[in-house]
Design a protein around this ligand. Structure first.
Ligand code: KIV
Ligand code: ZN
Length: 501
């Protein structure tokens, strides 16, 4: 098995997306998460593009120790000098320089000719070599570049010292058979190809980014350029989690990665929330529904043996378990599974009656929650929902210590607490913790806006750990602190309404 280098460009190609911009502190946070995830290369930015990008590359170069830190440049001396300066503190630095090689880029963008482009490419690589040993060259729009000409470019830049040669499908135009053939052509026709690593860099305009990257790997590429959640220009880049899990799940690829896959979900959620980029629910690997089974036949199959309907163990990417979602299409097996989970043991003999009532309820509601189940099995709903929010007041803003007063109804008794925190939610969270005399831990906290605008409804998902289990809570409100506290209470009700094993 050969090593497949994972080159993450979330902070460069991903961050170019409108609305996804991060400040330097957030970029460092993402870079450290990528380091823990085990990526080989972090493309930290395009240093000449702005002082902010320059500073982010400087700080990331100082913050991470293991991955190579890479800065993007055009084939322009000034860009290369600035990138070299930004990367000075990196333990392992790489300059990523390049130029357009397709007829579109050569004639219409660069107003040049193929021979001059080769000269400029050679010069850029040699110039970058003055500053760092590790120089990657990109042939922009290689996807629409004639293979014979591309092979000449690749041979020339390797001769000039490029350690990695990137073959971007910049416009996402290629089909997998075509992109795979392009990589094979280079492997077969570039005499010095063994002196460099070939990289894929695929965009998703036709939904082929992951397929094209994998076709590249099948044909000899040993670096894939990817982003978390596939974010990136237009339809995005090839997604890290898809490529990594495809290579791991299928036996077709003669490569392995060193990605710490159980950290995939938390990295995905972090990038989604910091970059304000919700993940589509049906997104492969990291979507909310990626491991959710709702049809009765599938649920029964999964409960008998996970592998009947799952090709990836959810735990291997950081999901606690496959979720068997209760809807009107769920069968008896799924209902029994959830009733068992919340402490109600039914046998096949006495399940029918409760199943019929469940179907009646599920016809009216989209999804059945634990508290719905408690109601269904006869537990009084008001005593099932042990905690409810009576009052929430927060004091927050600049030059003031955030403070929250919370009144909760707990088993019919009103209880109040006031706490300070490092923000409105933190203070409210602490006040709730003071009232609930049971240990629990906030494990995950995700805020999303439903539409745009300051009068927006905010959706909050929380995940708490308590009673040796995980509980999810959800709420939506125009006030984000209220939504957050209600989501926390939703999770607490699931916890307090559950039963110890
Ligand atoms: O898509 C592309 O061609 C790029 C290069 C700058 C590497 O992002
Ligand atoms: Zn790109």
């Amino acid at each position: 098995m050969e090593h497949l280098y994972i080159f993450d460009t979330t902070l460069r190609d991903g961050e170019q997306v409108p609305g996804c911009q991060l400040n330097t502190i957030e970029k460092i946070e993402v870079a450290l998460a990528l380091e823990s995830l085990g990526v080989d290369v972090i493309e930290a930015g395009f240093p000449v593009s702005s002082p902010g990008d320059f500073e982010a590359v400087v700080q990331i170069a100082k913050a991470v120790r293991e991955p190579i830190v890479c800065g993007l440049t055009r084939a322009v001396e000034k860009d290369i000098e600035v990138a070299a300066e930004a990367l000075k503190s990196a333990r392992r630095a790489r300059i990523h320089t390049g130029i357009g090689t397709s007829p579109y880029h050569i004639q219409l963008k660069l107003k040049s000719n193929p021979e001059e482009i080769i000269e400029r490419a050679i010069h850029a690589v040699k110039y970058a070599k003055r500053f760092v040993e590790d120089v990657e060259f990109y042939a922009e729009d290689a996807g629409r570049t004639d293979n014979e000409y591309l092979a000449r470019v690749v041979e020339a830049v390797i001769k000039a010292g490029a350690t990695v040669v990137n073959i971007p499908d910049t416009t996402g135009y290629c089909m997998p058979y075509e992109y795979g053939a392009k990589i094979k052509y280079l492997v077969d026709h570039v005499p010095n190809i063994h002196k460099a690593i070939l990289a894929t860099h695929c965009h998703n305009d036709l939904g082929m980014a992951t397929a094209n990257s994998l076709a590249g790997v099948m044909n000899g590429a040993r670096q894939v350029e990817v982003t978390i959640n596939g974010i990136g220009e237009r339809a995005g880049n090839s997604s890290l989690e898809e490529v990594v899990m495809a290579v791991r799940t299928r036996k077709d690829f003669p490569v392995i990665t060193t990605i710490n896959t159980p950290l995939i979900i938390q990295t995905s959620r972090m990038v989604s929330s910091l970059m304000n980029m919700p993940v589509q629910p049906n997104k492969a690997i990291v979507g909310r529904n990626a491991f959710a089974h709702s049809s009765g036949i599938h649920q029964d199959g999964v409960l008998k043996n996970r592998e009947n309907y799952e090709i990836i163990d959810p735990v291997s990417v950081g999901v606690d378990e496959s979720s068997i979602v209760l809807t009107a299409r769920s069968g008896r097996a799924a209902l029994k599974h959830h009733l068992d989970r919340i402490g109600y043991r039914y046998t096949n003999g006495n399940l029918d009656e409760v199943y019929n009532r469940f179907l009646e309820m599920a016809d009216k509601a989209k999804q059945i929650s634990d508290s719905d189940l408690l109601q269904l099995v006869g537990k009084d709903q008001t005593s099932g929902v042990l905690v409810s929010l009576k009052l929430l007041q927060v004091l927050a803003g600049m030059s003031t210590t955030p403070m929250a007063t919370v009144h909760l109804m707990v088993n019919g008794v009103e209880k109040a607490a006031t706490a300070e925190g490092n923000g409105a939610f933190d203070a409210a969270f602490k006040a709730v913790t003071m009232i609930i005399d049971e240990p629990f831990e906030l494990d995950e906290f995700l805020i999303q806006a439903i539409t745009r605008g300051s009068d927006d409804v905010g959706k909050v998902h929380v995940r708490i750990k308590g009673r040796n289990r995980i509980y999810y809570g959800f709420s939506a409100d125009t006030d984000i602190v209220t939504a957050s506290v209600k989501a926390l209470i939703d999770a607490l009700n699931k916890m307090t309404g559950s039963y110890d094993e």
